[in-house]
Design a protein around this ligand. Structure first.
Ligand code: C2G
Length: 494
């Protein structure tokens, strides 16, 4: 394979060496002329002392010669240079190439991941090649010494992910594929922040207990955000998530861990970053992480604590104490019963590529108008989630007094074979997170709501309004019930 590698940083050079040693033609581009001259002459990289750069690797400052006529163009520049590098390279890239990105981060101004930025810049020049995110527990220092390593090749197109898997797999590197690109990239970007936190804790003199707590709870908050953004939970317990977090938060090689340690030891953040002498991606990822947490209303206490220390000058010790004293939390976001039910139903059937539909309503005095709506909604997919208005929501927000309680209405709905899951509707706003949390493809409502929920299209959801069933409504039934009800002997109503 002919491979153009953009960026002569530690990770880029370690990968270039690996790819060259496994028989690929590798050209490395760098914007820094002095780097190109030094590396091509000395065949040494300052951060990889135990490694020699193969003679076969060509170095250049001409980005065209690193892109044209290549099978793969690999972005290995720091996250902050991905957009400018993609803008430079776009004119030389064509659609039948595979673009691979190993940079990890999220752009604060746009909240885009690295592959999304590259795609945006290539589309500006009318280019639409397949793009793969390559991410996992991979210290360059260990890859440079041919130590066994695993990594994830993430692409929406499985065939493309498998092609990259073939090119990067060798006796030292084992590659797994994953189609949840956003999940993989989110892990890669946000785990650096948790690594900063772990380093800060060590710098404060705390031990492994706190480090383990930060890693476990840190992964939990990254997972919560990812699921809210429509990613698969499994991605976060995989190599790109837990795997990468472990190496980054515990390893002496980790720049984020090192920078955190210096800060925890009392150094100012800017001094600590200078002290590490390399890019500390966790610091770059903070603004975006804070914005995403607020956009998707996900609590991320560890990210917030690190942000307070790095960007708001809060006292480190005080921050850790606050973090450890947070209100008591259950480790399970939902009751164990709900979780196991969802897992058995959603997870088992998700693998069948099932389409998930959601609808919302009061469904009081369940009648054939409701049933007809539910039947048509289910026909649009394989799994129907009914979000049932709670008694409080009905009263406060819809000024409806229900004939049946929430539990009674829920029991009736669960007896209908079209309905797969019934969950409570407690607010108008929850739709935006529900559609991600339940991996919804289609939102359905009667056309009396025509247009009211079109904003869900921005969440990647199909919005469908179905014609109401005429001549039947809960209001009408209530009215008839009262009008025709015969008072029984004690004056009550049956
Ligand atoms: N419906 C219908 N035909 C009827 C009556 C109702 O198609 N004759 C549909 C409504 O359009 C709605 C669903 O059945 O999509 C549930 O109706 P309601 O219980 O009246 O729900 P509503 O009060 O509209 O609550 O956040 C959205 C709200 O919870 C919707």
């Amino acid at each position: 394979m002919k491979i153009g590698l953009l960026g002569a940083g530690t990770w880029g050079i370690a990968l270039a060496r690996m790819l060259s040693n496994t028989g690929n033609d590798v050209v490395v581009w760098s914007a820094i002329e002095s780097e190109v001259e030094e590396y091509s002459q000395t065949r040494k990289h300052p951060n990889l002392p135990g490694m020699t750069i193969p003679q076969q690797i060509e170095f250049t400052v001409d980005i065209k010669s690193a892109c044209v006529d290549k099978d793969i163009v690999l972005f290995a520049v720091p996250s902050v240079f991905v957009r400018s590098t993609a803008a430079k390279a776009a004119q030389y890239i064509d659609d039948n190439q595979i673009i691979v990105d190993v940079a990890k981060g999220i752009e604060p101004e746009t909240l885009l991941t690295m592959t999304q930025i590259i795609e945006e810049e290539l589309v500006k020049k009318g280019k639409h090649p397949q793009i793969v995110a390559l991410s996992g527990p991979t210290h360059a220092e260990e890859v440079a010494l041919d130590m066994p390593t695993t990594i994830v090749a993430a692409c929406h197109n499985l065939e493309t992910a498998e092609k990259v898997q073939d090119v990067f797999t060798n006796t030292c590197m084992r590659v797994y594929t994953n189609q949840d690109v956003l999940g993989v990239e989110l892990c890669g970007a946000l785990k650096n922040i948790i690594a900063l936190a772990a380093g800060i804790a060590s710098g404060l003199g705390y031990g492994d207990n706190v480090k383990a707590a930060l890693m476990t709870r840190g992964l939990a908050e990254i997972t919560r955000l990812g699921v809210a953004m429509g990613c698969f939970e499994e991605t976060f317990t995989g190599l790109a998530g837990m795997g990468d977090l472990i190496v980054t938060a515990t390893s002496k090689h980790s720049r984020n861990n090192k920078a955190g340690y210096l800060i925890g030891s009392g150094m100012k953040p800017e001094q600590a970053i200078k002290g590490v002498g390399m890019v500390v991606e966790g610091v770059n990822a903070l603004p975006a992480a804070m914005q995403l947490a607020s956009k998707y209303s996900v609590e991320m206490p560890i990210v917030e604590a690190v942000n307070a220390v790095i960007n708001e000058g809060t006292d480190v010790k005080e921050t850790v104490v606050t973090l450890m004293q947070r209100d008591k939390k259950s480790e399970l976001p939902k009751s164990a019963l709900d979780l196991s039910f969802e897992h058995t139903v959603i997870k088992n059937r998700k693998g069948l590529g099932m389409k998930r539909v959601i609808t919302y309503g009061t469904f009081d005095l369940l009648h054939y108008g409701h049933i007809n709506l539910l039947k048509r909604a289910k026909a649009l997919g394989d799994y129907l989630v009914v979000v049932l208005s709670s008694d409080e929501f009905n009263w406060k927000e819809k000024h409806k007094k229900c004939y049946f309680t929430y539990e009674q209405r829920k029991a009736l709905l669960e007896s209908i074979r079209y309905v797969d899951l019934v969950i409570p509707e407690n607010s108008w706003e929850q739709k935006k997170t529900d559609v991600h949390e339940y991996h919804i493809d289609t939102f359905v409502m009667g056309d009396d709501w025509e247009g009211k929920f079109d904003f869900l299209k921005d969440e990647g959801v199909e919005v469908v309004y179905l014609p109401r069933t005429p001549e039947i409504s809960t209001t009408q039934i209530k009215h008839d019930l009262n009008a025709n009800a015969a008072p029984d002997e004690c004056g009550g109503y049956s």
